[in-house]
Design a protein around this ligand. Structure first.
Ligand SMILES: [Zn+2]
Length: 383
């Protein structure tokens, strides 16, 4: 292709000239497959817009890779061994695994409603307990962990270093996300359990250190390494998972296998807020996917999520959904125009490959119409 916009014979040729992808400003050269690990749900509650936003962005990344001729392999785990899940199942008076299975059904239904394609791998934490035990052994052998009072603790220093956080902030976040900084058995408050000694009210398995259960970060690290080997091309998850979860996951993976970096790029979609507050059941401000897709076209909900820079936090307002609905209608109307110009199609490929610039790609689609509008509609799953 030249600067004058003269294009190749076919759309595929035009797209093929888009050279690679950037994610988070990082150029990600990929040949024919890309490994994407997305931190999935803890199946203890219905899917709200904040959860959905992460998985819609992962889906948009996967679709963009396919547009570029790269096959995405997505692993989206299910954290069905988790203290929060245990507590929710206990309140409901149900065993944690059947409680989780029901919540998982609702999640799958909501994802399908939002046209999020099925993923290739969906490991469940409770099926990877033995891999966590092997991870413990490897971390102990590498000197990155120590066994104490039936637990195995990972030394947190590398995870805190990579986060760039000051110790006070790291401690606050660690406490908030179940890191138990006040556990007296640990050498350092920022060490975390790879294996947690058994406690009442939680499932337990046998291990060389006694009965217990896997730690949260170790579960994800064990699933990612089991499925993808030494590392991933993109690791995705909500922005609030940056620390401690992702920092510890990556530090454990690197300490275990010595391959750095564990992830070539990170996709942390921004937090969805309601009137400035993070969506949380305890705040009573959950916006549920089910309610949104009951009242609006699913394509509008999808576009509302995607029509913005992915890394920015944003406030949900009903007016945004109305605006997205109008954008989708504009796009459909533009798709009916007869234009078959190739240059705008290639331009859309370039924009999506440049840090998933959906807003600019949609603008080109609406402005140019015809093949361009049809291309962006199909690529982003908005039809
Ligand atoms: Zn995870």
């Amino acid at each position: 292709m030249t600067d004058t916009g003269i294009v190749s014979e076919t759309q595929a040729d035009a797209i093929a000239e888009v050279s690679g992808l950037t994610v988070g400003g990082r150029r990600l050269a990929v040949l024919d497959r890309a490994r994407i690990y997305a931190c999935g749900i803890t199946p203890y509650d219905v899917t709200h817009l904040g959860h959905a936003a992460t998985f819609v962005w992962v889906d948009a990344l996967a679709r963009t890779l396919r547009l570029l001729g790269v096959e995405p392999e997505i692993c989206r785990n299910v954290t069905d061994v988790d203290d929060v899940l245990d507590a929710a199942a206990h309140r409901a008076g149900e065993p944690y695994d059947s409680f989780a299975a029901v919540q998982q059904y609702y999640f799958d239904r909501d994802m399908a409603a939002l046209s999020v394609r099925a993923v290739q791998y969906e490991p469940r934490a409770r099926r990877y307990v033995h891999q966590v035990i092997r991870l413990c052994s490897g971390l102990l052998a590498a000197g990155a962990a120590y066994a104490r009072q039936g637990s195995v603790y990972f030394r947190g220093e590398p995870a805190v270093d990579r986060s760039g956080l000051d110790v006070g902030t790291a401690l606050r976040l660690s406490a908030e996300y179940g890191g138990r900084p006040d556990d007296a058995a640990k050498d350092d408050p920022l060490d975390v359990a790879v294996w947690q000694a058994d406690e009442p009210g939680h499932p337990a398995w046998e291990s060389p250190w006694g009965r217990g259960r896997p730690g949260w970060h170790a579960e994800c690290a064990a699933m990612a390494l089991s499925i993808f080997g030494t590392g991933v091309d993109v690791h995705a998850g909500g922005a609030d998972l940056r620390f401690p979860h992702h920092a510890y996951h990556a530090a454990m993976a690197e300490a275990f296998n010595g391959v750095r970096p564990y992830a070539r790029a990170w996709l942390h979609p921004g937090t969805v807020r309601v009137e400035g507050a993070k969506m949380a059941k305890s705040s009573g401000n959950l916006v549920l996917v089910r309610d949104l897709v009951d009242d609006h076209p699913a394509a509008a909900v999808r576009l509302m999520i995607l029509d913005r820079p992915w890394g920015e936090d944003w406030d949900y307002r009903p007016a945004l959904l109305d605006r997205a609905e109008k954008r989708v209608e504009d796009l459909y109307r533009a798709a009916g125009r007869p234009s078959t110009a190739r240059a705008p199609v290639a331009e859309i490929g370039r924009l999506l490959a440049t840090d998933l610039n959906v807003t600019a790609a949609i603008d080109v689609g609406i402005e140019e119409g015809g093949a361009a509008a049809r291309s962006v509609t199909a690529t982003l799953g908005l039809s």
